[in-house]
Design a protein around this ligand. Structure first.
Ligand code: GDP
Length: 330
């Protein structure tokens, strides 16, 4: 792999170079990992900053339809849009949220859009790393908006919220007990709730659902520094396009507000810090799993614990001392 050409390609915003770079960061090979790290280091440019939008919702709520309509609106304004998928379940099922169907057909043909499905084979711990790196690459390639789409499986929302600037939850119009269906944790991290399918027969119902959520959101503590009226609930229709421009206006207003207050940069700094912590933690775990000597020692100590010959905490201390030096309690 010609790394220099890849670096130039990314800087030039070349979509094929971006696709190749993503394949590189997704690779499990040690030599690829080293190249990926060099690549990320070389292309990272603080001057290039996308708006990173997390988008979550259960299957069927209209994520793809919304993303296509929203994405086309943005490219229509001359913006470049990258759509990435995070699907932790794909590690088990082998499926992927964007890859299995032909979705976002129009957007995928748009020269100002880049769509990348979730890889079908990713170790669970690798999902976060891969996604952060892909976001960084898309940003370095000059994309103005990066949409990170995820299915609603609890854990993945938190993950996506930790690497985006704005977290959006897409919901469908529903009956009165809908509210209980949405986990409190997700309501707490959402900046914007969009009740989709506000069209035709469902329009009135969508309005009522939206009012219910708006009411529920008022019960949550505001994020310090955010405008009084956030988090917000709005109705949209991915099919007619109603409300989509308003949703974008609200997102931009929130970003502008957070930029002005310094909160935007603080959040990114915290996210980078978290990324670093995570990378170190995973590196240690990888080492535990792959270094033969370390594994043998783990096995031996583990067997001693299981046999009742060593106390778990003492054995763990010995293992840690072996890895990092320091006092070895016997
Ligand atoms: P996803 O699984 O969340 O990505 O959902 P899809 O985008 O595949 O949409 C699921 C179904 O809902 C499809 O049949 C869409 O045509 C339909 N749908 C999506 N958005 C809307 C909308 O705004 N209004 C209506 N009436 N149907 C929609």
């Amino acid at each position: 792999m010609d790394l220099d050409r890849l670096i130039t390609g990314i800087r030039d915003g070349d979509r094929r170079a971006l696709a190749r770079a993503i394949t590189l960061v997704e690779s499990g090979r040690a030599d690829h990992r080293a190249q990926a790290t060099r690549l990320l280091d070389a292309v990272t440019d603080p001057e290039r900053q996308a708006i990173r939008i997390g988008l979550s919702g259960t299957p069927g709520v209209g994520k793809s339809t919304f993303t296509e309509a929203f994405g086309l609106m943005l490219t229509g304004q001359g913006l470049r849009v990258a759509v990435l998928a995070v699907d932790p379940s794909s590690a088990r099922s082998g499926g992927s949220i964007l890859g299995d169907k032909t979705r976002m057909e129009q957007l995928s043909r748009d020269p100002n859009a880049f769509i990348r499905p979730s890889p079908s084979q990713t170790e669970l711990g690798g999902v976060a790393r891969r996604t952060r790196e892909v976001i960084a690459l898309a940003e370095a390639a000059g994309f103005d908006v990066v949409i990170v789409e995820t299915v609603g499986v609890g854990q993945s929302e938190t993950l996506v919220a930790q690497m985006t600037d704005i977290f959006t939850l897409l919901l469908a119009p529903g009956g009165g007990d809908e509210l209980q269906g949405v986990k409190r944790g997700i309501m707490e991290i959402a900046d914007l709730i969009l009740v989709n399918k506000a069209d035709g027969e469902m329009k009135a119902q969508a309005g009522r659902t939206c009012a219910d959520y708006a009411g529920a959101l008022r019960l949550f503590r505001k994020r310090p520094g955010d405008p009084e009226d956030f988090p917000k609930a709005l109705t949209v229709s991915a099919v007619t396009g109603d409300g989509i421009a308003t949703a974008w206006d609200e997102m931009r207003a929130l970003v502008a507000h957070r930029r002005a207050s310094g909160q935007f940069d603080q959040t990114r700094a915290r996210q980078n810090r978290h990324w670093f912590d995570d990378a170190v933690r995973h590196g240690i775990l990888r080492h535990l799993g792959s270094d033969p000597e370390t594994r043998a020692r783990m096995e031996k100590l583990g067997a001693a614990v299981a046999a009742g010959d060593a106390a778990p905490s003492a054995a763990a201390d010995r293992m840690l001392a072996l890895l990092f030096g320091g006092d070895r309690p016997d």
